[in-house]
Design a protein around this ligand. Sequence first.
Ligand code: GRF
Length: 199
Amino acid sequence: MKIGILISGRGSNMTAIVEAVQRGLIPDSDVAVVISDKMSAEGLVKAKERGVETFVISRNGRTREEHDALIIAELKKRNVELVCLAGYMRLLSCDFVRAFPNRILNIHPSLLPSFKGLDAQQQAIEYGVRVSGCTVHLVDEDLDHGAIVAQKVVEVLDDDTAKTLSARILEHEHALYVEAIRRIVGGNYEIVGRRVVFN
Ligand code: GRF
C-alpha cells in the first residue's frame, strides 16, 4: 500500500514510519512521498536522507481548500492510499477527508478525547492528571476526533514538565503509530461506532 506522510516540523514520527517500512516491519507498504506545508520543516531533510521523495506545498495565502486540493493532487498522482499525519499542524478541509475516506490517520499526544488541540502535554500537566499518553485515530472533519485505532497510557510523574512528559510520550508514539499503521495496512478491521476493531 502506498503511504503519504504529511508533516510540518521535526518529523520524528515520520522517520519512525519510514524506517519501519524500510525494515519490512509494515509489510506490503511503501512511503511514496512526504509532504510538508513548511519549507523549514526539519523532517524534510530526514526524509531525503532516507531516500523518500519530499514535496513542499506552502500555504502562501491559499485558502484551506485551495491548499488541500494541491496536496490531494500530489498524493493521488502517486497513488497514495493511506495518508498519515505526523505533526502536520493544519486542519484538513472536508474535501481532503472525503478524498481519502477512513484512510487518514493521525497521532495525538494525549488520551483522546482529553486534551485536544495544541500543547496537549502542557494541558495534561496543568489539569493534574496522573496518566496521559498518545492516541492514533482516523481523521474526520473535527479536530482530534475520528474513530480510535490505538492508545498507549503513559504515567505523569510528580516532577514532570511539559517537556519531560512530551519526551516520554514521544518514545511511545513512534511504536504505537508504526503498530497502528501495520494493522491498518493489514486490512482486517472494521469501524464499530467510535472505535476501529481488528479481527
Ligand atoms: C507529536 O507529538 C505528535 O503526537 C503531534 O505532533 C508531534 C509531532 O512530532 N501530533 P514529530 O514531528 O513527529 O517529531
